[in-house]
Design a binder for this molecule. Structure first.
Ligand code: SF4
Length: 248
């Protein structure tokens, strides 16, 4: 079993999103996910699973974070925030709730970037409610597009995910942001982006980021949208009152 110490990354560029120094934690092995997205920068998902389990020894977390904090102090920086952002789906980590509790106990806030595919599970919802900031990936609300774009585990249900996320967002007390990867001829039609923007509006996100694909994605044919389609997406997000921006 690899140690989480080896997987901790210090000074991840994700810190630009937050006010303080943010430490990235890869709490599941690379390419372990509930999805196999065509645009995944990690190449194809090696293990597509819905089984939440303990991937790494948990008792090393506090020590590891403390060590990284000490290193940061030497460089004149402070770490006050940990983001669970593995090259896979972080909610597959069955220890996550406990890890968050440990970090919270020493005054560290937490964030997570998740595809929310397991959000219809009560244990995942309970865990996510204890996270300070959640970035949820929602690329589409269309079943056929979801199958083609996110290539989910066969036991997942998009309607169940969307409904559970809507319910969750109405109760969640932290900061919720959304991310949507926009792809040419996959989810960039007017109907798609309007439907998605209307759904995202119901989540009341703090921000709604539109992502454009970078190379090399797992699907070599994956392309970003045309300028015209991008404009359609911007308009749809704008009309739904979403505070949006674009990131590559
Ligand atoms: S959800 Fe993220 S990690 Fe999983 S396959 Fe999609 S892009 Fe890759």
């Amino acid at each position: 079993m690899p140690s989480l110490v080896e997987t901790l990354n210090v000074f991840e560029p994700i810190s630009f999103r937050y006010s303080g120094g943010s430490l990235g934690v890869k709490n599941v092995p690379a390419s372990t996910c509930t999805y196999n997205c065509v645009y995944c920068p990690n190449s194809r998902t090696k293990m597509i699973t819905l089984n939440r389990r303990s991937w790494y020894e948990m008792d090393t977390i506090l020590e590891s974070v403390a060590k990284k904090q000490a290193q940061a102090r030497v460089l004149g920086r402070a770490i006050d925030h940990v983001t669970f952002i593995p090259d896979g789906e972080p909610t597959l980590d069955a220890n996550l709730e406990q890890e968050i509790e440990i970090l919270r106990a020493v005054g560290i806030k937490t964030s997570i970037v998740t595809n929310v595919s397991l959000i219809d599970r009560s244990d995942v919802q309970r865990m996510l409610k204890s996270v300070d900031q959640i970035t949820v990936k929602v690329d589409t609300i269309n079943q056929a597009t979801w199958q083609r774009l996110n290539r989910p585990h066969e036991q997942l249900s998009l309607p169940a995910i969307l409904e559970a996320l809507r319910d969750f967002s109405s109760e969640y007390g932290g900061f919720l942001d959304t991310e949507t990867m926009l792809l040419n001829e996959l989810n960039d039609t007017e109907e798609e982006v309007r439907g998605l923007a209307e759904y995202l509006r119901e989540l009341h996100p703090r921000t709604a980021t539109i992502l454009l694909p970078t190379s090399p994605p797992s699907g070599a044919w994956v392309r970003g949208p045309s300028a015209k389609r991008m404009a359609l997406a911007y308009m749809a997000f704008e009309q739904c009152g979403l505070k949006w921006w674009v990131t590559v």
